[in-house]
Design a protein around this ligand. Structure first.
Ligand SMILES: [Zn+2]
Ligand SMILES: [Zn+2]
Ligand SMILES: [Zn+2]
Length: 438
């Protein structure tokens, strides 16, 4: 069995040729034999292959690299100009386990079965207990409303000061959160400028490890992060395809002309002062100015090889750690649930495992159900990721519904969260514009 055991979800890009793992017992096994000898013509390592340093592109060879010539006999380049003489990257010899990898970043690769953490088959023996949140006095409630009112420039504070609190109904909102921390990997060919004589870590130095075999260090769990690294033993040196080994490419700013249309006089060479026509003081009547990008040389250093004329191609592994967060809010009151997520509460339950087991012992059955539903959902929602850890938390956010009378009118408002935020859409002393000081 030569398969590395990576599942490719769709065959569109990159890894199309890697067969999916079989369902037999060797699923996910990695080959123990070294890869086959490189194909004839493949770069064998050691000293780099001989490449011509004579530019093969006639458009470069024939264009004199001279500012003097470029600065005379200038014609304004047409819109769009000429293209940089450039070829697509060369076809790379297939590396065992990486056949079909292209230069564009592929889809994420499904981890092989041995890397998947299985969902637990039973709840943990010991689970954290639940804790309950605080209650507030009338004065605390009044202060909270006064603080809220002070943020609105045209709210009157009289209601908050003089209201008679008739009832306080203490309820809670329950915020369940599931976090699933996963790791995704993808592979693509890429290249760097290659300086002659420097070390090239090619396939002759050993087997290229499969994308999920490469060890990485996780710095922080439950935080999004991306890391790119070079896969060892996958390097080849090739002549630069962008400049055809010339080391320089035509300047794209002036399209190889060395000069650009003067933007001050729009290429007319003159300007009008009253009825008098004078030479443009920027181009002195020449209509064009020296190109600042190439300083009139018509060419610039090749961006691909940085004048090294050669490139080192290698396989690049992109590792993406992602924290998938999903919330469920159950509330015993009419306070809009979206207000609950961003305020503080009491952490009633927190559990972190490789894979968590649904909460089934909380006093609110809707929270138990949400835990079950979201854990089930996350179990299959990220098929191209290896789940590294899961965390589930329940926060109890205190919500107090306060009823009061003011000027013989009944009204109410909410105080919620440990920071005692106020939701008072019915506050009577509001001005019409409803402006807020942020
Ligand atoms: Zn001008
Ligand atoms: Zn230029
Ligand atoms: Zn180049």
């Amino acid at each position: 069995m030569s398969s590395f055991g990576y599942k490719k979800l769709d065959g569109n890009t990159g890894y199309g040729s890697i067969p999916p793992p079989s369902t037999t017992s060797d699923q996910g096994a990695y080959p123990t034999d070294p890869p086959a000898a490189p194909a004839p013509g493949m770069y064998q390592g050691g000293s780099p292959p001989e490449v011509s340093i004579v530019p093969s592109s006639s458009s470069i060879v024939n264009a004199p690299y001279s500012a003097g010539v470029a600065a005379t006999g200038y014609n304004v380049p047409p819109e769009g100009g000429m293209a940089v003489p450039s070829a697509p990257p060369p076809m790379m010899e297939p590396l065992a386990g990486y056949e079909g990898v292209g230069f564009t970043v592929s889809d994420f690769l499904a981890p092989p079965t041995p890397f998947m953490s299985a969902a637990p088959s039973a709840p943990p023996i010991e689970r954290p207990e639940f804790s309950i949140g605080p209650t507030w006095t009338d004065e605390e409630v009044r202060d909270a409303l006064l603080e809220h009112v002070s943020h609105f420039c045209c709210y009157g504070s009289g209601t908050a000061k003089n209201m008679v609190i008739t009832d306080k109904i203490g309820t809670s909102a329950y915020h369940y959160r599931l976090e699933t921390f996963g790791e995704g990997r993808q592979v693509n060919w890429t290249f760097k400028p290659y300086a002659m004589g420097t070390f090239v870590d090619g396939p002759e130095n050993g087997r290229a490890l499969g994308p999920w075999e490469i060890p990485v260090h996780i710095t922080e769990y439950f935080k999004d992060f991306t890391q790119k690294l070079e896969i060892p033993h996958t390097s080849f040196v090739r002549p630069c395809h962008t400049c055809s080994t010339a080391g320089m490419v035509i300047c794209q700013s002036c399209f190889g002309k060395g000069r650009k249309l003067c933007s001050h006089c729009h290429g007319t060479g003159h300007r009008h002062v009253g009825s008098e026509r004078r030479n443009c003081m920027f181009c002195h009547g020449h209509k064009t100015v020296l190109c600042k990008t190439c300083h009139g040389k018509c060419f610039v250093i090749c961006p691909s090889c940085e004048a090294n004329r050669n490139l080192r191609f290698y396989l690049e592994l992109t590792i993406q750690w992602k924290n998938h967060v999903e919330d469920y809010i159950f509330s015993e009151n009419s306070l809009p649930p979206n207000l609950i997520k961003d305020v503080s509460g009491t952490t009633a339950f927190e559990e972190t495992h490789l894979r968590v087991w649904p909460i089934n012992h909380f006093m609110i059955p809707q929270i138990n159900q949400a835990s079950y539903n979201l854990i089930n959902k996350h179990g299959s929602a990220f098929p191209t990721e290896r789940i590294l850890q899961q965390k589930q938390t329940i926060r109890i956010v205190p919500v107090l519904e306060v009823e009061y009378t003011w000027n013989n009118k009944k009204s109410d408002f909410f105080v919620y969260g440990l920071e005692k935020k106020v939701h008072a859409p019915k506050y009577p002393q509001k001005c019409c514009c409803g402006c807020a000081i942020l």
